[in-house]
Design a protein around this ligand. Structure first.
Ligand code: AOF
Ligand code: ZN
Length: 361
């Protein structure tokens, strides 16, 4: 199952709205892997189909280890449950049930009805964690949000003069590009887009094709049409999340550059309401969104209770209280109101560190 989870991970950021699934077919005597598969870019073929295709006749009598209950619906492809039965597998080991209402238990039931013994729950914690984005879209109609910050020791993202390039070193920046690849979209506020004119692509060697959709929260459509995000929108999609009431000619100008403009409700300050934006993004098929700044957006994500994961890069430098805070004011009165997190990882990246967290339940 650990191998299957590793294979599943390859799909993160490339398979939405589908989950990233892994499948390993093992012939138990003499104990050899006869097929491996993972959900392919775009979400299909499914992991089981891929593993079965590679195993061919060797799948007969094998044990299938799958990180998610095999699907049981006739969608774009025939159900994986049927494919596994037809291939003659001897047993199945499944990490977690698929909460998709078209599946939710029927994949396991179909295997059992065919006389195939099924074990569930193996590697369940890791499997829940891996597809947390997919599970959130099914259960709450919103994607998973990972808040990323690159700060000084004292949590500052820029000096008072606005100097922010580069706080962290090349190792941390490379890791941040990998994070982009593992998410369906990267989201920034208009302040960051104006200040940095960023690309927000994944520029790791060999991973250029893994760039996420670039999303800017831009209530008044201030993004310049000659910005990199707009001029490259036909190669790497750019979406603007805005509020109703903008000049239709401006909206059309963005659309003529291949930029998607999504209108959503405004919050009290006239900015796109984050909870509403989250629902709109899930409705468009996103399951994993990386929030890359700046402080304003980070504050809004925290205030809306949407920071599911945190990736905090920290450089050995101090700026002091007049620097720009990683998360702008978000109105915490008492410690009990302050969002809490559980540390899930700690790594040294060159001179910097990376701390990862998940939301405290
Ligand atoms: C699997 N293996 O690798 C994946 C599954 O639109 P379709 O037909 O591709 O079906 C999408 C649903 O299939 C998705 O919502 C989820 O329930 C399941 N995903 N199932 O057996 C896979 N990616
Ligand atoms: Zn399937």
């Amino acid at each position: 199952m650990a191998t299957a989870l590793g294979l599943a991970r390859r799909g993160l950021g490339a398979v939405a709205p589908n989950p990233a699934v892994g499948c390993v077919l093992v012939c138990e005597d003499p104990g050899v892997v006869v097929g491996r598969g993972w959900t392919q870019p775009g979400g299909r073929p499914h992991a089981e189909t891929e593993a079965l295709r590679r195993a061919g006749n060797a799948a007969r009598g094998a044990v299938a280890y799958v990180t998610l209950e095999p699907c049981d619906h006739h969608g774009e492809t025939p159900p994986c449950s049927e494919a596994l039965i037809d291939a003659g597998i001897a047993a199945a080991v499944i990490a977690v049930e698929d909460p998709d209402p078209r599946v939710s238990g029927s994949g396991v039931a179909r295997l059992r009805d065919a006389g195939i013994p099924v074990t569930t729950g193996v590697g369940a914690d890791e499997a829940w964690d891996l597809n947390a984005g997919f599970f959130l879209t099914v259960s709450q109609g919103r994607p998973l949000f990972t808040l990323k910050a690159a700060t000084t020791l004292d949590g500052r993202i820029a000096t008072r003069g606005g100097d922010s390039q580069w706080i962290t070193g090349p190792e941390a920046r490379a890791f941040a590009h990998r994070l982009r690849a593992e998410h369906d979209a990267v989201l920034v506020g208009i302040g960051t887009a104006l200040a940095d004119d960023p690309d927000l692509t994944c520029r790791l060697p060999g991973m250029a094709g893994r760039s996420p959709i670039r999303i800017v929260l831009d209530g008044r459509l201030r993004l310049p049409v000659d910005s990199r995000l707009v001029t490259t929108a036909r190669e790497t999609p750019t979406w603007l999340v805005t509020v109703p009431g903008n000049d239709p000619a401006v909206v059309d100008a963005f659309r003529s550059h291949g930029v998607e403009v999504l209108e959503t409700e405004a919050d009290d300050g006239g900015r796109p309401d984050l909870a509403a934006a989250a629902r709109a993004l899930a409705a468009r098929g996103l399951t994993r969104v990386l929030v890359e700044g700046g402080g304003q957006v980070a504050g809004s994500v925290l205030a809306a209770g949407l920071a599911d994961r945190v990736a905090w890069f920290r450089a050995p430098r101090l700026i002091g209280g007049d620097g720009v805070a990683a998360a702008a004011v978000f109105g915490v009165e008492t410690l009990a109101d302050a969002p809490g997190f559980v540390r899930t990882g700690l790594a040294m990246l060159g001179a910097d560190t990376l701390e990862t967290y998940r939301r405290e339940e």
